[in-house]
Design a protein around this ligand. Structure first.
Ligand SMILES: Cc1ncc(C[n+]2csc(CCOP(=O)(O)OP(=O)(O)O)c2C)c(N)n1
Length: 452
């Protein structure tokens, strides 16, 4: 029976090939002219058959035949260019690319970029002192956050990796909310269950961050598909690093988004490193941008230290995504100035000079400040006053968060499922009894009391 099915299968294939050949023969006959016999035609056509006229019929690609055996090598073209609006001195390079943002809008961006930087410094130090368990700074990537967030609609849904705190800040996540999460205190909406910097906000359409790299990417494609079906004219933006782009999930996300025509912006922060792995060990192609066209995605590479270029890029990408239901890939070139996290010492794998270059000569905050000064909107006095105010605001939120108690320990068992199943209720009771029996062995004063 199996052999029979197999033979039928082969016969079907042969028949298919025959019909396709006779169809293309008929097409060639037209070129051969009406006064020839079919036999002559066949001979003629095999003699004069021109590859240029013979179009491939394969369903899997759109291309021409070629007579040359030529491999496509990655160096056939120069790298995809980096789109820029501001030069390093904060001057607009081409007037027609100026996004012409109002003074208030630019101030808002600058205000939040510097506030994020101040918060990073204080929380980094607080981790060094053991006051919080972990932290990740955003140094050098502030323009990728604020430039992109400013170009979105507040209803657009954000999926992040873990180094996009600025997007949340731009949307209105308060310093208290950042601190509450890092301290895992009773006012953390995540109930202290995740490591610091794993923020999330339903109100601000920012999906809660999780540690496993790349998992947010296919989820983001799915959310974009749902948004398309809802007809809301909103899109998803999905942030990820150059390292995360090597995960299998990145492939799934790109391909689903392209084939299912999802309104999504894939925003890669290419900061040169994935912990200690430099990009030269991460990939050998032309960065992440070069992968976009191969998935059928509109793609742009942008200077991630240029807030205006990032803003323009995301604004245009959003229009494509929402108006045409297309995924768009943006690769923002930047540099991770800080250590990967508080568990990392990056001097073990890169030079201090390299870091200093980006910190001192090509910093996104410095570039936007130059622009504001050149417009007469900013000066040293304003800078000093604002830095003092920013520091005070952060320190006050920090002190408030530190004083708050942690959630009741029994909450550990909640939300594993929507309803708590009997076996978890039993475990919770066991824990309560155990803690009641050995109260001196646990830091109970730091926790709220059980509610029930
Ligand atoms: C699936 C998975 N593998 C490995 C890790 C460990 N890990 C955490 S961050 C990181 C590097 C990611 O680098 P990149 O995506 O470039 O982002 P960046 O930290 O530079 O912002 C790795 C390997 C992880 N969290 N999840």
């Amino acid at each position: 029976m199996a052999a029979m099915r197999c033979m039928l299968g082969v016969r079907g294939l042969l028949q298919h090939a025959f019909y396709r050949n006779s169809a293309s023969f008929a097409v060639r006959n037209v070129h051969a002219g009406p006064d020839k016999t079919p036999r002559q035609d066949r001979q003629m056509s095999s003699q004069t058959l021109d590859l240029e006229e013979d179009k491939p019929q394969f369903p899997g690609s759109r291309s021409e035949f070629t007579k040359k055996l030529e491999f496509i090598t990655p160096d056939v073209y120069n790298g995809i260019p980096v789109y820029r609006v501001l030069d390093r001195q904060g001057k607009i390079i081409e007037a027609d690319q100026d996004p012409k943002l109002s003074k208030e809008a630019v101030y808002d961006m600058y205000h939040k970029m510097t506030l994020l930087n101040t918060m990073d410094r204080i929380l980094y130090e607080s981790q060094r002192q053991g006051r919080i368990s972990f932290y990740m700074t955003n140094y050098g990537e502030e323009a990728t956050h604020m430039g992109s967030a400013a170009a979105l609609n507040p209803g657009d849904v954000v999926f992040g990796q873990y180094r996009e705190a600025g997007v949340l800040m731009y949307r209105g996540f308060t310093l208290d909310q950042f601190m509450n999460q890092c301290y895992g205190n009773n006012e953390d909406v995540g109930r202290g269950r995740q490591m610091p910097v794993h923020y999330g906000s339903k109100e601000l359409n920012f999906v809660t961050i999780s540690s496993p790299l790349g998992t947010q990417m296919p989820q983001a494609s799915g959310a974009a598909y749902a948004l398309k079906r809802s007809g809301k004219r909103l899109c998803v933006i999905c942030y990820f690093g150059d390292g995360a782009a090597s995960e299998g999930d990145a492939h799934a996300a790109f391909n689903f988004a392209a084939t299912l025509e999802c309104p999504i912006i894939f925003f890669c922060r290419n900061n040169g490193y994935a912990i200690s792995t430099p990009t030269s060990e991460q990939y050998r192609g032309d960065g992440i941008a070069a992968r976009g066209p191969s998935y059928g995605m509109a793609t742009l590479r942008v200077d991630g230290n240029d807030a205006f270029a990032v803003y323009n890029a995301v604004k245009a990408a959003r229009e494509l995504a929402v108006n045409e239901n297309r995924p768009v890939l943006i690769e923002a070139m930047t540099y991770r100035i800080g250590h990967h996290s508080t568990s990392d010492d990056s001097t073990a794998y890169r030079s201090v000079d390299e870091v200093n270059y980006w910190d001192k000569q090509d910093h996104p905050i410095g570039r936007l400040r130059h622009y504001m000064v050149s417009q007469g909107w900013w000066d040293m006095e304003k800078e000093k006053a604002w830095m003092k105010q920013a520091r005070n605001e952060v320190m006050q939120a920090f002190q408030r968060a530190e004083k708050k108690k942690k959630p009741p320990p029994s909450e550990l068992f909640c939300d594993t499922y929507k309803e708590m199943p009997p076996h978890l209720q039993q475990q919770r009771e066991q824990m309560r009894k155990h803690v009641a029996q050995y109260p001196d062995n646990y830091p109970l004063d730091n926790f709220e009391k059980d509610r029930d």
